[in-house]
Design a protein around this ligand. Structure first.
Ligand code: ASN
Ligand code: ZN
Ligand code: CA
Length: 329
C-alpha cells in the first residue's frame, strides 16, 4: 500500500544522491511521500495527470539529464523539502495548510523552458539547448509558493501586487534552498543558478542587486507596477536580501554579493530565517489581493512587532530595509 513509506535513494540532476521518501515494497515502489506529494511523468504531453513513477529497487535515476527518473528525483525531493520547510519553520502544513501534499508533473511538452503552478499542481519542462530541466530546488520552492500565496493573501498577478507575488515565490524558493543546505546545490541568494537559462552560466535573478539581470528593478517607483511581475519583484527581493544580510559587499558560500541601498543608508541584517518568518506573517495576516508595496511596508512592521516586539532589532531592520528599497511609508 502507498502509505508503507520507504526511504529510497534518488540520484538527482542537481541534488546529487539523496534519500527520497517513497512508498511501496520490494519489486514495486512509487515516488510518493507520507504527505501525498508525488511525482508523475507527462512523457512530453501537455495535459493530463501523467503516470506515477514506479521502480523495482527504490534506487531512482542515474543523475544525468537524460535520465527520466532523475528529473523526477529533483522535483519530488524539492516538493518534500518545501513541505518540510513550511511545516517546521513557518508552522504551515503544506500549500493548503491541511496536511496534504501535491503532484509534481515532469517532462512537460517538448523543449519547454519553464515551470509553473496552475492552482492544483507543479509542472516542469525539460529545458532546451543549454538549459537543463527546470527542476532545481529554488524553482520547486518558487512554484509551490505560488500555491501558498494563492491560499493566503491571494496577491493579484499585476501591478505592485504582481511583484509582491513573484518575489514571495523567490523569497521562499531561496528559503527552501537554505533550509535544505544540499551539498550539491549550495544555498545562495540567486534564482535558477543551476539551470543555465541564459546559456552563459548566469542565474535568472539576483536578490542582492536585482538589476544585475538587466530588467529587474532595485528600487520601488510609481511606475514599477507596469512591469512584468518577474521584474517588479526586484525591490522586494532586494528587501529580503538587505534585511537578511545587510547592505554592502559580502561573500557567502563562495558567492560575492554587493547590495546597494536606494537611499544611501546602511542596513544591518538579522539573518534570513527571521525575515522569512516576518514575511510569511505579513503574507498570511496583513496582505490582500490588491496589496501594494506601501501595504507590504506597513505589514512587515506589524508582523515584526507581533513576532519580536516593538523597538526590536528585527522591527528596525525590516523597516530600514523597506526604506532602503524606497517603499512608500
Ligand atoms: N515559472 C514562472 C513563474 O512561476 C511561470 C510563469 O511565468 N507563470 O513565475
Ligand atoms: Zn513565479
Ligand atoms: Ca538559488
Amino acid at each position: 500500500s502507498w502509505d508503507d513509506i520507504k526511504e529510497g535513494t534518488g540520484n538527482g540532476i542537481f541534488v546529487g544522491t539523496v534519500s527520497l521518501a517513497t512508498s511501496g515494497s520490494s519489486g514495486s515502489y512509487t515516488m510518493r511521500d507520507t504527505h501525498g506529494n508525488y511525482a508523475t511523468d507527462l512523457n512530453q504531453a501537455t495535459s493530463g495527470t501523467g503516470t506515477t513513477f514506479t521502480d523495482a529497487d527504490d534506487v531512482w535515476g542515474n543523475g544525468s539529464q537524460s535520465s527520466r527518473q532523475s528529473a523526477a528525483v529533483d522535483a519530488h525531493y524539492g516538493a518534500g523539502k518545501t513541505y518540510d520547510y513550511y511545516n517546521t519553520q513557518l508552522g504551515r502544513a503544506g500549500i493548503w495548510n491541511n496536511g496534504t501534499g501535491a503532484r509534481s508533473r515532469v517532462h512537460y511538452g517538448q523543449n519547454y523552458v519553464n515551470a509553473f503552478w496552475d492552482g492544483t499542481q507543479m509542472t516542469y519542462g525539460d529545458g532546451a539547448g543549454n538549459a537543463a530541466p527546470l527542476v532545481e530546488l529554488d524553482v520547486a520552492g518558487h512554484e509551490m509558493s505560488h500555491g501558498v500565496t494563492e491560499n493566503t493573501a491571494g496577491l493579484a498577478y499585476s501591478g505592485d501586487a504582481g511583484g509582491l507575488n513573484e518575489s514571495t515565490s523567490d523569497i521562499f524558493g531561496t528559503a527552501v534552498e537554505w533550509y535544505t543546505n544540499n551539498p550539491s546545490d549550495v544555498p545562495d541568494y540567486l534564482i535558477g543558478e543551476e539551470i543555465n537559462l541564459n546559456g552563459n552560466g548566469t542565474p535568472l535573478r539576483y536578490m542582492d542587486k536585482p538589476s544585475k539581470d538587466g530588467s529587474s528593478k532595485d528600487c520601488w517607483s510609481s511606475s514599477l507596477g507596469g512591469l512584468d511581475p518577474h521584474y517588479s519583484s526586484g525591490p522586494l527581493n532586494h528587501w529580503y536580501y538587505l534585511a537578511s544580510e545587510g547592505s554592502g559587499a559580502k561573500t557567502i558560500n563562495g558567492v560575492s554579493y554587493n547590495s546597494p541601498t536606494c537611499n544611501a543608508s546602511t542596513v544591518t541584517g538579522i539573518g534570513h530565517l527571521k525575515v522569512e518568518k516576518i514575511w510569511y506573517r505579513t503574507l498570511s495576516t496583513y496582505l490582500t489581493s490588491s496589496s501594494n508595496y506601501a501595504a507590504a511596508r506597513t505589514g512587515v512592521i506589524k508582523a515584526a512587532k507581533d513576532l519580536y516586539g516593538a523597538g526590536s532589532a528585527e522591527c528596525t531592520a525590516v523597516d530600514k530595509a523597506m526604506a532602503a528599497i524606497s517603499a512608500p511609508a
